[in-house]
Design a binder for this molecule. Sequence first.
Ligand SMILES: [Zn+2]
Length: 196
Amino acid sequence: MAPMKDTDERLLKEEAHRMLTEYMSEHHQRKTPERYAVLDAVYSFEGLFDADQLYQRLEGEFRVSRASIYTTLDLLARIGLVVRNQMPSKVYYERNIPGQVHFYKACTECGKLERFNNDSIGRLLKEMPVKRFHPSMYALTVSGLCSKCLSNINRRKKRLDKKKLPKSKSEAVVKSNGDKEQAKDSARDKKKTNKT
Ligand SMILES: [Zn+2]
């Protein structure tokens, strides 16, 4: 996926503003500046974000309550400007850009969710026929363990194995060889004492 140019970003944002205005006019809702502020904050994220991150981004710039953030996110999802991703650990949001394909790595241990790209599979997904459905955005999640969690688990396992297992064979061999050496030494010592 090629990075978006500034003009594309500006056009996307303008179009999102237009859609929000249109929806609010049609549904006789008040066009409060909070809603546009939330929309702009949503569009400032390149990828995934959660409600807390959105709240933090708005903090200091615009006074918006958490409740208002949630209602606006719901509204934006209804209009199709935002996509909700329900993950085992929490709900993530991201802008809905038609035709985009997103891939995610979801760690089942720490709950971390990260985006990655795969152009060839992305192209295949877009060509995939979906019966009686008009796709707009595609997302594919790969669940598993992130490298940090995997190495932590391996380290823990190694520590446990060390505690559980009896002395390894190689150690035993070294010990028995050592015993032999010691026996030879003592025999030599005996000879010496006999001589004198
Ligand atoms: Zn992890």
